[in-house]
Design a protein around this ligand. Structure first.
Ligand code: GRF
Length: 215
């Protein structure tokens, strides 16, 4: 199975997936890392890991759709089966989604449907929630609205800042994202309307549902 990762920044989630593939925990290959910015951590990590990366300049295209058409053509050329958005700061257009139906995943550092979009940790603290977390979901036309694959819960203490919270959540992101990819690659994910079911998974324990098996 061929996996592509799209990133715009630091790239720590990209690295967690790439390492799981390299170690053989996920049986597939990372076909490419596509980035929409230069000089980012994700590129450095790709070079260290020996992953092929491509920069596609967003300013070279007159619309979001044209930009996505270019990306889709690269992904199709490489025969990519699964696309993972990992800190990718662009909203993907219908063109992209229709080319990879139920084959685009994203990770969002909140318990969706709470706090979609930008600055979720700030929003969580401002709201005063006592738990937050991370969600891996399929991508649909909305912002962080697609069907949920796995969620991890983290407690919020009165001392937490958005940076301390993001650190706690990030540790779990690095476990649930590769796990979701592995479930997909192993053919364990069943989609029924909005509901995503991981076959034979354990849905009865916190803090991660379904429970992690490999990470
Ligand atoms: C992560 O918190 C991810 O959930 C969010 O953006 C951040 C990206 O971090 N979508 P990194 O680039 O993977 O280190």
């Amino acid at each position: 199975m061929k996996i592509a990762v799209l990133a715009s920044g630091r790239g720590s989630n990209f690295e967690s997936i790439a390492k799981a593939v390299k170690s053989g925990k996920i049986s597939g290959e990372i076909a490419v890392l596509i980035v929409d910015r230069k000089n980012i951590g994700a590129i450095e990590r790709a070079e260290k890991l020996g992953v092929n990366w491509i920069y596609v300049d967003p300013y070279g295209y007159s619309s979001r759709e044209d930009y996505d058409r270019k990306i889709v053509s690269i992904l199709k050329h490489l025969q990519v089966d699964l696309v993972c958005l990992a800190g990718y700061m662009r909203i993907v257009s219908e063109v992209f989604i229709e080319s990879f139906p139920n084959k685009i995943m994203n990770i969002h550092p909140a318990l969706l449907p709470s706090f979609p979009g930008l600055k979720p940790h700030e929003k969580a603290i401002k709201y005063g929630v006592k738990v937050t977390g991370a969600t891996v979901h399929f991508v649909d036309n909305g912002i962080d609205t697609g069907s949920i694959i796995v969620q991890a819960v983290v407690p919020v203490s009165p001392q937490d800042t958005s940076s301390s919270l993001s650190q706690k959540v990030l540790e779990l992101e690095h476990r649930i994202y590769p796990q979701a990819v592995k479930w997909f690659v192993d053919g364990r994910i069943e989609i029924k309307g909005r509901s995503v079911i991981v076959k034979n998974a354990n849905y009865s324990t916190l803090p991660i549902v379904p429970a992690l098996e490999d990470f």
